[in-house]
Ligand binder design. Structure first.
Ligand code: PLP
Length: 363
């Protein structure tokens, strides 16, 4: 079966598909999150073909082809918790490359099925690494596959600058859709979309503030690694695509606040998404409240469908001790990422690269 799947992608691809990329709508979100807020804009990337990460996937494969690192028809191998997988399925079909993905057993059955439906060969690791968690376990298996598959190319989304570059189109769309922008709020996983959008948008609006949204228990902005329930945002490694210098502040959000925001939006504003959209929306609503009159925008990386059995499921919430009713209304202020462990919604104006010592202080 593996051989059949790997040989089924057309080696020439179907480049006409690339014309479908992007052009996603911008929605106004005005529902209480959790208290009244003036409203913010949400870029609905879940409504674009192949999802938000199709932009990054196409950019990474095109870049590798141009440099001769990805040979015609060669397989592409990547580690993903799902979103990039869908994007790579699209890019692989458009550019003529079979896709092999390494996920883990926490990947939802519906996402596994969707990836396989798109012709992807999916491998699942069944236990997190002692250091580096699921991501490190997936990367270990990925390295084994690279050794086994001749000519295989690894995009390495955490460190590949073409991931970031793929979001130039998203920035261009926002610059056309909005007359002005004061605050951009982005969830951070690989760091790709925040880094890719902020550069072009600051050339347009030099005073634009960037707020990063991370998950509690994520190491990206210097917090200690803990097991994390939320997927998409957050990481247990230190991705090099994170544009630390570009962030004015960072927030850490826990599952109760993110789920509460998702549910409120679904019921009161129709547009919603998963953990990262909920966390970003919570912080965008807060930013709109604390900066009266400011134009605030955020990105919803995907829609709600993947999360029906988690974010939107009462049994899941009860099993995992999430009570959206306990979601707090404002963040706890912490002076430095290493000063206090954020166990719920927290905010810090000192953004540092945990692999560097000096940081950038913002009042
Ligand atoms: C659902 C979801 N939201 C947010 C992110 C974070 O985006 P980025 O990797 O561009 O930082 C990801 C990344 O995998 C994701 O899958």
């Amino acid at each position: 079966m593996t051989t059949a799947v790997l040989s089924s992608a057309s080696t020439s691809g179907n480049r006409e598909m690339l014309g479908l990329l992007g052009r996603t709508p911008l929605a106004r979100v005005t529902v209480d999150l959790p208290c009244p807020q003036p409203g913010f804009w949400a870029k609905l990337e879940g409504l674009g073909v192949g999802g938000m990460k199709a932009r990054a996937a196409v950019s990474m494969l095109l870049g590798a082809k141009e440099r001769g690192e990805l040979r015609p028809g060669a397989p592409v191998v990547e580690s993903t918790s799902g979103t990039l997988g869908i994007g790579l399925a699209f890019a692989g079909q458009a550019l003529g490359h079979p896709i092999v993905l390494v996920g883990d057993i926490e990947l939802e059955p519906s996402m596994r099925q969707l990836l396989r439906t798109y012709g992807i060969r999916l491998e699942l690791v069944d236990r997190p690494a002692a250091e580096g968690g699921w991501q490190a376990a997936r990367l270990a298996r990925l390295r084994e596959l690279l050794a086994l598959l001749p000519d295989a190319y690894w995009p390495d989304q955490y460190n590949n600058p073409d991931n970031t570059a793929g979001y130039a189109s998203l920035a261009a769309e926002l610059a056309t859709q909005l007359d002005h922008l004061d605050v951009l709020v982005c969830s951070v996983g690989t760091g790709g979309h925040s880094a890719g959008i902020i550069g072009p948008l600051r050339r347009h609006w030099p005073e634009l503030r960037l707020i990063g949204v991370d998950a509690t228990g994520s190491t990206i902005f210097g917090q200690p690694a803990r097991s994390r329930l939320m997927r998409g945002l957050g990481s247990s490694i230190h991705p090099r695509n994170v544009a630390y210098d570009a962030f004015d502040e960072v927030h850490w959000v826990g599952p109760a606040e993110a789920a509460d925001a998702c549910r409120r939006m679904a019921v009161g504003n129709f547009v919603s998404g998963g953990w990262s959209s909920g966390a970003a929306a919570l912080v965008a609503a807060w930013a709109a409240r604390v900066h009266p009159g400011a134009v605030v925008a955020t990105v919803f990386p995907d829609g709600p469908h993947r999360y029906l059995g988690s974010v939107y499921d009462d049994d899941f919430a009860a099993t995992h001790g999430i009570d959206p009713a306990t979601a707090v209304t404002r963040p706890v202020e912490i002076p430095h990422p290493r000063a206090v462990e954020a166990t719920g919604w927290a905010r810090c104006g000192a953004v540092t690269d945990p692999l560097d010592t000096p940081g950038k202080e913002n009042p």
